[in-house]
Design a protein around this ligand. Structure first.
Ligand SMILES: Cc1cc2nc3c(=O)[nH]c(=O)nc-3n(C[C@H](O)[C@H](O)[C@H](O)COP(=O)(O)OP(=O)(O)OC[C@H]3O[C@@H](n4cnc5c(N)ncnc54)[C@H](O)[C@@H]3O)c2cc1C
Length: 458
């Protein structure tokens, strides 16, 4: 197993817990990759990912945790997300009726019920289909055992070929503000705007904040727990080892699972990259002491269009989580989409000036949106270069390939690179997010046919 991001560690745990001996190589000293953490003074900052979803009976993280025995110590976030549009704040409550009332309050002229019913139905069906994507399209005879599931999922095909925004307009009519909000929400988990995102994936993106969870102890708590469990099962943990010679690894170990990006693996295999189109992240971190503690962990801020500030996602540690910040303090992680071209190929001074200017711009906006910051510590920023340094992702491209109706699942890089070489992680379908890469690990493991429980399930 190469790469202890969420994909690699979850795959290693599946194999190890079934009695298959594994070795997990990681270039960094700690696991987590894009969902890792770093310490400054008494604070533990989530470096990239902050939220968890895909929890509940039969959902990927729950199923995976049941199979591996790996801990999931989580706090449910309700609201799952707070939206800040210019002059409007509204809440994504878990309870469907409460959420519908919230939408009716914020967008009173639109009919929300039909659209959200369709979205929820589509998302449910997508979750049922996702476990079988590893064998689709079929490349070996054994894949055909999934045929009944594919036929069941055949009704979903059209929703891969029409976009989410058209789907919404058919039901709700025109609303520029609603479209903007939908775009921002799709960007978080599908990495693309609603007119580009297939309705099927859009349905997952829109329903995800209804069941958002906060890991206790942040990503540090989550990944240290998983790693400890992996080692307790006898898994061999090899931090600080960057794999550059794949041939040698295959000679030594037989089957290799690469949980690195498609770009890195394609370079090692001297293949043409499948697609270079991907986002980078600009991030900001600080420890804050607030006049009134912030009890809602996750916020999506959409600044006024003439402010010059791009949309950003804010995550607060919860006040009672003293593993992340001392009493009276909270950590803040802010993230924005950015393009690698804005950060690479610049003279050092220009790069630094650009980074400092963006930090000031976003932080100033944050302070107006969240008044009551009495004190701040360790304010600092990260760019795609920072992500490249710590996660080894070329050009700091994070989040995988953006979902687009003209880039359907069979055009994504295959997880089956060769008989003895598997690729996992967020550059294989279904892409971005911890739940997606854990789902990828599960589908791979199912396809490997080694686990008795999984064999029964399939
Ligand atoms: C700013 C930001 C916010 C996000 N927010 C969320 C969120 O809230 N919720 C969510 O679910 N997802 C979120 N995501 C996405 C999520 O973090 C990723 O999709 C997911 O963590 C990717 O996991 P992975 O295992 O595929 O890859 P990675 O996390 O990239 O892990 C790959 C690992 O492989 C290691 N590696 C690479 N090359 C080598 C090599 N040659 N040898 C050895 N090791 C190697 C790297 O060091 C890294 O640890 C966010 C991402 C970012 C950047």
């Amino acid at each position: 197993m190469v790469g202890a991001g969420a994909g690699g560690l979850s795959a290693a745990l599946l194999a190890q817990s079934a009695g298959v001996r594994t070795t997990l190589f990681e270039a960094h000293q700690i696991p987590g990759g894009c969902a890792s953490w770093f310490k400054r003074g008494p604070f533990s900052f989530d470096a990239g990912a902050t939220t968890l979803s895909g929890i509940g009976p039969g959902r990927p993280l729950t199923l995976w945790s049941e199979l591996t025995g790996a801990p999931l110590d989580l706090v449910a976030a309700d609201p799952g997300l707070v939206f800040h549009l210019p002059g409007k704040t509204f809440y994504r409550w878990r309870d469907r009726e409460r959420w519908q009332s919230e939408l009716a309050r914020v967008f009173p002229t639109l009919d929300h019920r039909t659209f959200w019913q369709d979205i929820e139905t589509l998302a449910e069906r997508a979750w049922e289909f996702l476990p079988y994507v590893d064998g689709f399209p079929p490349t070996r005879v054994s894949d055909l055992r999934h045929l009944p599931n594919w036929l069941k999922g055949a009704g979903l095909l059209p929703s891969l070929f029409h976009d989410l925004e058209t789907f919404r307009r058919m039901r709700q009519g025109e609303s520029a503000e609603l479209s903007r909000w939908l775009n921002a929400l799709c960007m978080i988990s599908a990495q693309n705007v609603a007119p580009q995102v297939p309705a099927l994936i859009g349905a997952l993106a829109l329903t995800y904040p209804s069941e958002t969870y906060i890991p206790r102890g942040g990503m540090q708590g989550l990944f240290e727990g998983w790693l400890k469990h992996y080692q307790s099962l006898g898994g061999e943990w090899r931090p600080g080892e960057k794999i550059e010679d794949l041939q040698r690894l295959q000679q030594d170990y037989g089957h290799v699972v690469m949980n690195t990006t498609s770009w890195s693996l394609e370079k090692l295999l001297e293949l043409q990259p499948t697609s270079q189109n991907a986002w980078g992240a600009f991030t900001l971190y600080a420890g804050v002491r607030l006049q009134t503690p912030q009890t809602h962990a996750y916020h999506l801020v959409m600044p006024a269009l003439d402010s010059g500030v791009e949309d950003y996602f804010v995550s607060f540690s919860i006040p009672e989580d003293l593993a992340r910040a001392p009493s009276g303090w909270q950590t803040v992680t802010i993230s924005q989409h950015t393009r690698e071209a804005s950060w690479y190929g610049l003279p050092t001074e220009e790069y630094r000036a650009r980074k400092a200017a963006r930090l000031q711009q976003v932080w100033a906006h944050f302070l107006t949106e969240f008044p009551g910051v009495l004190e701040q510590k360790f304010l600092q920023a990260g760019t795609p270069k920072t992500f490249e340094r710590y996660t080894h992702r070329p050009f700091g491209r994070v989040g995988g390939h953006p979902h687009a109706w003209n880039f359907p699942l069979w055009r994504w890089p295959s997880s089956r690179r060769r008989e003895d070489l598997t690729q996992l992680g967020d550059t294989v379908f279904p892409g971005q997010g911890i739940v997606a890469v854990v789902n990828g690990a599960l589908t791979w493991w199912r396809g490997s046919g080694l686990h008795p429980d999984l064999k029964r399930n399939t």
